[in-house]
Write a protein that binds this ligand. Structure first.
Ligand code: SF4
Ligand code: SF4
Length: 164
């Protein structure tokens, strides 16, 4: 009984170490090592007038994935602009959250109609961010969130997986 438990624990520790190593590697590669210290308390999210969860920007840096979906629950866009951004971004319609493309078909939304976003790719939320810095001021660790936002906002170099 002891040997299987030891093997399981060792494997779990090994996987955890690899996972943390990957996060650290991405944070360093993106020149945002501070991202490792964010502990997901969400204090920054409460400060954003656009309903963006800035911790999502940190997560995108750690995952090295600018397309990571993050919450942005209060951005108002007309359908035309939202479709140009990403037809798969999620919007809020009544009590439901659904992809924009599906909502357009299902409810016959006109191009000029306004929709309220719910979740979108991190780089799109960064592009719409007002850079008001309210999230930075609310961060209990005073993390430089605008650095992550501006990096995600920057154009992607050809072949790169992350904005530099
Ligand atoms: S800078 Fe302002 S708009 Fe952008 S995520 Fe932070 S609080 Fe929201
Ligand atoms: S307030 Fe700071 S520590 Fe907390 S989730 Fe936001 S960025 Fe991370």
């Amino acid at each position: 009984m002891k040997r299987p438990a030891l093997t399981l624990n060792t494997t779990a520790m090994l996987l955890l170490t690899i996972f943390l190593g990957l996060l650290g590697g991405h944070a360093l590669a993106n020149r945002q090592p501070w991202a490792l210290t964010c502990y997901d308390c969400k204090a920054c999210g409460a400060a954003c007038a656009l309903g963006i969860d800035p911790q999502g920007f940190v997560a995108a840096q750690l995952a090295n994935d600018p397309d990571l979906p993050i919450y942005a629950t209060n951005i108002r866009l007309n359908v035309r602009k939202a479709l140009a951004l990403d037809p798969e971004l999620e919007i809020t319609r009544g009590e439901r959250h659904l992809p924009l493309r599906q909502a357009v078909t299902q409810f016959g939304l006109a191009p000029s109609e306004e929709v309220v976003t719910y979740r979108m790719k991190a780089r799109h939320a960064a592009a719409l961010c007002l850079e008001c810095a309210a999230c930075e001021k609310a961060c209990v660790l005073e993390l430089p969130l605008l650095r992550a936002i501006r990096q995600l906002k920057a154009p992607q170099p050809a072949g790169a997986t992350h904005a530099k």
